[in-house]
Design a protein around this ligand. Structure first.
Ligand code: B12
Length: 220
């Protein structure tokens, strides 16, 4: 695994983020990149844990949401910097003949998870079209017509968006009946009974599910 990853330095990374020391946090990530740390490791051991347990201290600081923006902006810089590693992994593995379009539905602004997912698909050999967070349905369907991907991966964090996604899936089935639809994200992980009726072909509840799918082309 190499010298730099120890719990202590992860603690440093968390501290830098907590103290809004963006440059220090980014330098640490750049060091991991220059050591050619695998992309999966940077995401799973550094970036995801750094935000997964984050809770805004609303009671003590009612306007603390700015802290969340500072943290997520730093992590987005880190993710962008990792892209050369993603390309390298793709080139090494080679194109697997599959393509995926990755997006968040209208009004869904949680971007970090969906960006990571897009990169992981690419690093496993998929051609990826990432249309972003907050994707309007019309823009999505145009992109779908243009690219006809094998898979459409939808990221849903806010549970209020689940019904919108269910309707969207029904409409997509009419215009692109062949595309296989994958759903994932916090709203999916936390609302299993609702998600069973959402109409997706593949439901991803965890990173283990995702890697099972990426490695074997199967999941639940
Ligand atoms: C950062 C953040 C924000 C930032 C987002 C900034 C950005 N540019 O992304 C901002 C400040 C904008 C924000 C806003 C809001 N947020 Co917010 N936010 C978070 C926070 C702290 C982290 C989310 C995150 O990035 N996690 C890290 C990533 C890596 O994890 P992830 O998204 O779960 O993705 C992983 C998996 O789910 C999976 N995955 C994700 N997508 C997909 C898709 C596929 C296909 C697959 C296979 C897998 C997959 O893979 C990822 C890697 O493991 C969480 C709390 C928390 N600690 O999780 C709250 C949280 C998600 N937010 C929440 C809420 C309520 C909101 C707001 C409604 C707040 C408000 N009242 O305005 C708004 C909604 C904005 C909107 N319209 O979408 C709630 C939502 C859940 C709920 N039960 O309601 C949470 C859980 C906070 C809480 N405890 O209440 N938020």
């Amino acid at each position: 695994m190499g010298g730099i990853f120890t719990p202590k330095t992860f603690e440093h990374f968390s501290e830098y983020l907590k103290n809004e020391e963006k440059d220090a946090a980014i330098k640490l990530i750049m060091e991991l990149i220059s050591e050619k740390t695998p992309i999966r490791e940077i995401y799973e051991k550094w970036i995801i844990p750094a935000i997964a347990r984050w809770e805004c201290p609303f009671e003590a600081e009612p306007y603390c949401i700015w802290r969340e923006h500072v943290l997520s902006t730093t992590l987005k810089t880190a993710i962008e910097l990792c892209y050369p590693l993603v390309m390298e992994a793709y080139e090494k593995r080679g194109h697997n003949g599959q393509s995926v379009m990755v997006f968040c539905p209208w009004e869904e602004l949680h971007e970090i998870g969906v960006r990571i997912i897009a990169d992981l698909f690419h690093s496993y050999g998929y051609r990826v079209t990432y249309t972003g967070t907050n994707t309007p349905e019309k823009a999505l369907t145009e992109a779908l017509r243009k690219h006809s991907p094998n898979y459409l991966a939808i990221s849903v964090t806010n549970p209020y968006h689940l019904f919108q996604v269910q309707d969207l899936i029904r409409r997509i089935r009419i215009i692109e009946p062949k595309v296989k639809i994958i759903v994932g994200g916090q709203a999916i992980q936390r609302n299993t009974p609702v998600c069973k009726g959402i109409g997706a072909d593949i439901t991803i509840y965890s990173m283990d599910d995702l890697f099972q799918f990426l490695e074997n082309g199967e999941a639940k």
